[in-house]
Design a protein around this ligand. Sequence first.
Ligand code: NAD
Ligand code: MG
Length: 292
Amino acid sequence: MSTDPRTIYPKVDPPKQIQQEPGLDVKLDPLADIGEESYQGNGRLKGRKALVSGADSGIGAAVAIAFAREGADVAIAYLPEEQPDADRVVKAIEEAGQKAFAFPGDFKDADYCRELVEKSVEALGGLDILVNNASRQIWADGLTEVKDEEFDKTMQVNLGGNFRVTKAALPHLKPGASIIFTTSIQAYQPSPTLLDYAMTKAALNNLSKGLATALTGDGIRVNAVAPGPIWTPLQPSHGQPQEKVQGFGQQAPLGRAGHPVELAGAYVFLASDEASYVSGETLGVTGGTATP
Ligand code: NAD
Ligand code: MG
């Protein structure tokens, strides 16, 4: 029997809440489903070696857990202050019978971005899948309210960090490898309160298409996933004004925010041989909002 997508997961209707950036999954009210109980693997990534950034929490955590349950060893990247969330993900990867490696650091540090890739390749014994998922999102009440230092940090992390990690990874990728960027519905429908963040997501979407054009002929596929409103620590840690945290995601056509685990299948698909003819695509997982 099929399941109604409006009610398949517990409804997220969050009360007002605020956390310091970058926020913790373990402090979300209500807790988000990152797949610990709900994701079942089928060996679709058996023997693969994956690096997932921003993998302590939210979408990245759901992707890392799903990859492990599909048979991949996984290196995860995150900020040092996110260790309580990272511990949970490492445990889930190991319980799936796979190797987990944790390399905390800050994407604002160019040396860390390069070292992250080198350490991951060494620990995993190669690299087949790179998921560029880390980003920061700090809301502001219009363009003139975006502080210079916040703008610079957002560019350094979302653009500089993801660019450098990808650049460091390319020499290690062989035919069959898959690169996946996390972009956003914001790449197409920017919110007035997220102008700087939204422009980075459009740029990452563009980079994924440019790289696909450059690399597909070498047997390396590059794609993106564009999420809609997903309940993660990004939102209550200055990612939205408080009035938008309350009732977050209810305006989506499905009438609810998504859970991180609802993204996992899209990344598994794009990473796996099932997507052997898919490159240069952006897969929207938006709760029903149409993407171009
Ligand atoms: P999240 O907070 O769980 O994940 C974001 C991660 O980015 C953090 O866990 C952190 O590890 C990492 N990060 C932030 N600043 C960093 C820095 N300076 N250095 C290194 N890593 C840093 O939230 P999420 O919603 O799961 O976000 C994952 C991705 O999904 C992001 O790219 C985000 O833009 C994108 N996205 C989220 C939504 C949503 O509604 N939640 C919608 C569209 C796109
Ligand atoms: Mg986090």
